[in-house]
Write a protein that binds this ligand. Structure first.
Ligand code: ATP
Length: 218
């Protein structure tokens, strides 16, 4: 891991389908910003997720909901780059783009839930990820990190115990952060909406209004 001195600008990237975005994503993102002193968190909707069926809800709608959700919180922005790129939305391509836009001397942090980490070895060029970014893993209730196999070895080889690594080095470390558990998932919200149940307090009101205005998830 390269070290270039203290106080690098730190930018987080939180990718997902956000189908729809909910308070679990938002609260976890905010806690990470404050705990790790991130200057910005970029929520990056995946247009064509490589590892799951493309959501019925369009990427345009999903990104619009992310934009509504972060209104008023200036440390969070929606990054639409995967909607603008043709083909499958490979995370490493987005990291590469950000790295070439912003240069080598800033800290880039890829945020993911620990459910997403378990099959990270099926991601396109996964072994190159740490050449571009740090990886921040959110410990989610009910999930465990792999204890054996190549993902487990990758985790233990690169695990950092001190979060200040983010300001001191532009990429190369893995952190596991236990945040306030938010037992909310987009799947559950879609099921509730399909059943006509209220999703109030699970996601921002503005996003709920958008879902109703566009008749999504019926
Ligand atoms: P789905 O139920 O459709 O799989 P999801 O709620 O897991 O959706 P995604 O958009 O797939 O949401 O997740 C994007 C990222 O956010 C993933 O890394 C996932 O682990 C993380 N994440 C999702 N829900 C939470 C939550 N409640 N708390 C913390 N992280 C979460």
């Amino acid at each position: 891991m390269s070290t270039v001195g203290a106080d690098l600008t730190a930018v987080g990237v939180f990718g997902g389908t956000f189908n729809p975005i909910h308070n679990g994503h938002l609260r976890s993102g905010l806690e990470l910003i404050e705990r790790l002193k991130l200057d910005q968190l970029r929520l990056m909707p995946s247009a064509i997720p490589p590892h799951r069926p493309t959501p019925a809800c369009s990427a345009e709608h999903r990104a619009a909901m992310v934009e509504l959700a972060v209104m008023g919180e200036e440390r969070m922005v929606c990054d639409r780059r995967e909607l603008q790129r043709p083909g499958r939305s490979y995370t490493i391509d987005s990291l590469e783009e950000l790295r070439s836009e912003k240069g080598p001397d800033f800290s880039l942090c890829l945020v993911m839930g620990c459910d997403a980490v378990r099959d990270i070895n099926s991601w396109h060029r996964w072994q190159k990820l740490l050449d571009y970014c740090h990886v921040i893993i959110i410990a989610r209730p009910g999930w465990q990190l792999p204890l054996a196999g190549e993902v487990s070895a990758w985790l233990s080889d690169n695990l950092q115990l001190d979060g200040t690594v983010i300001q001191q080095s532009p990429h190369g470390g893995i952190l596991v952060e236990e945040l306030r558990p938010q037992v909310i998932s987009s799947t559950e919200i879609r099921v509730m909406l399909a059943q006509g149940l209220s999703t109030k307090y699970l996601l921002p009101e503005r996003v709920i209004d958008y879902i109703h205005n566009y008749n999504l998830y019926k």
